[in-house]
Design a protein. Sequence first.
Length: 167
Amino acid sequence: MSANEKMLQFLVEGGKATAGPPIGPALGPLGLNVMAVVKEINEKTKDFMGMRVPVKVYVNVEKKTFRVEVGIPTTAALIIKELKKEKGSSQAGKEVIGSLELETIIKIALMKGDALKSKNLKNKVKQVLGTCLSMGVNVNGKNPKEIIKEIDDGLYDEIFRKYGETK
């Protein structure tokens, strides 16, 4: 970020940013075309419809140009989106709100990427499985603890190899 560049952060609903608060009032005084910024934010966040997404807008105040960086929603938000539910279980461990396939969990882990602080895909998947456990979400129809044990036992090594995982 250069000296004449300003960074603004927003939390927007995927694909539904507007020129109203907080975006419009923050960008308007900088002399930008607010609608152009909103349009780019909505284009870049459309895959996260129904989720709140962190967005950074970098503005060059001299040139009146901007660039938009979109963050990744929380792991829980991605799980909820895949389940097509409103929220997780209020009684995780007693109440199961749905089940996802392991491939979907891998997709979420890949989407989160480096935001999950693990060295390999298997461990990232286990982190997502931990979130499933705390939300009352089964995987392949089983408790996530069982899936974690099966991953440790090598049961899904073939699937992980498809994603370049060698161990």
